[in-house]
Design a protein around this ligand. Structure first.
Ligand code: KG4
Ligand code: ZN
Length: 341
């Protein structure tokens, strides 16, 4: 079965063609980093306009690279949430239009669940369900119990900032470009992770939940003092590296500690990782060190950031289970809650 997937939830316009949920025939991503960099974050209105401009060329490129014809596509899958409303609408309408014109089924996919499926697509070995899913992206941080490729229940999540958002905000404080995650990782390689004793956030009565906004504020206070203003500060290079390393050390340890606790509590022997922050090599190395007893499924670097291959791949499984596509009145959803565990 050939599935064409479309992704436009935030600042990447992407289209991919995937065979039977796993074989990637093409995976085109048009990034908007250049557009948003000067504003230090994603500007929704600009993101939407860029999606409109590049959506059709990106779809054309995916079809060309896969060396198929649009008539060969059996199913159109699209990320219909969560994300920016205007951005979502562009991808959703493109998928609906294609499905309608070609008289083929279309299916809406949860972008966050697709991030987890990206790790399963990336590995030849099959995971044993139920397993623990760890979502570490710019918009979400959550632990979920995965019952199958496309069904999971929420165990815990962040009560404030997502982990990627925390990386981006700390990077902004340090005057680094957007997106800040990779910049922090780069600086941290040369820094002392024990220089600043930052504290990770805990949520009273909910030991598996995350909180990163306090960590960000403690970084701010320690570099600018209590009466600081929320704007970039210029530090000597060595200090920048130490702040980045200390922040990353605390954030990563917090995620590892809660992930291992959840794996024990829910009797999971395998962990599936998803989201852009899984690009972080320090995070991967620390997990192998501290959770070597658990089988780990990581996305390849090409599938960890936003992409449409994961949307097409998960779309295949949803459609195979339901045996029917979604109605054409499916709506874009800025938030899609996980089913509560
Ligand atoms: O999953 P993603 O592409 O988009 C969302 O669905 O949110 O994740 C983007 C996030 C950004 O916050 C970015 O800073 C972060 O992933 N990120 C990283 C790294 N590469 C990307 N964070 C830490 N270390 C990295 N190497
Ligand atoms: Zn994402």
């Amino acid at each position: 079965m050939l599935v064409l997937g479309i992704e436009s939830t935030c600042d990447e316009t992407a289209c991919a063609i995937v065979k039977d949920g796993k074989t990637i025939l093409s995976n085109i991503v048009s990034s908007q980093i250049d557009l948003h960099n000067e504003f230090g974050g994603v500007v929704p209105e600009l993101a939407c306009r860029r999606h409109v401009d590049v959506m059709i060329p990106v779809i054309d490129a995916a079809i060309k690279e896969a060396n198929v014809s649009i008539e060969d596509i059996d199913l159109f899958a699209v990320a219909h949430g969560p994300g920016l409303i205007g951005a979502l609408l562009i991808g959703l309408h493109a998928a609906k239009g294609l499905a309608l014109a070609l008289n083929k089924p279309f299916i809406g996919v949860n972008h966050v669940e697709a991030h987890l499926y990206a790790a399963l697509m990336s590995n030849q070995e099959e995971v044993v369900f139920p397993c623990l899913g760890v979502v570490l992206s710019g918009g979400h941080t959550a632990l979920v119990l995965m019952h199958s490729n496309d069904q999971c229940t929420l165990i815990s999540q962040t009560v404030d900032d997502a982990i990627g958002e925390a990386f981006d905000k700390v990077a902004k404080l340090l005057g680094l470009p957007y997106p800040g995650g990779p910049e922090i990782e780069k600086l941290a390689r040369q820094g002392n992770p024990l220089k600043y004793p930052f504290k990770s956030g805990n949520v009273k009565g909910r030991p598996l939940d995350f909180s990163f906004s306090g960590l960000k504020t403690s970084v701010l206070y320690s570099i600018q003092g209590q009466n600081c203003r929320d704007q970039p500060i210029s530090l000597p290079y060595n200090d920048l590296c130490d702040v980045a390393a200390s922040f990353q050390y605390v954030a990563v340890n917090d995620i590892i500690k809660k992930t291992i606790a959840a794996a024990n509590q829910y009797h999971c022997n395998s962990i599936v990782f998803g989201g852009g922050v899984t690009n972080n090599q320090y995070l991967r190395d620390r997990f192998s060190e501290k959770a070597g007893h658990l089988k780990q499924f990581w996305p390849t670097l090409g599938l960890s950031l936003d992409n449409a291959a994961m949307i097409a791949g998960l779309g295949y499984h949803i459609y195979s289970r339901k045996q029917v596509g979604d109605m054409l009145d499916l709506e874009a959803m800025t938030r899609i809650p996980f089913a509560s565990g």
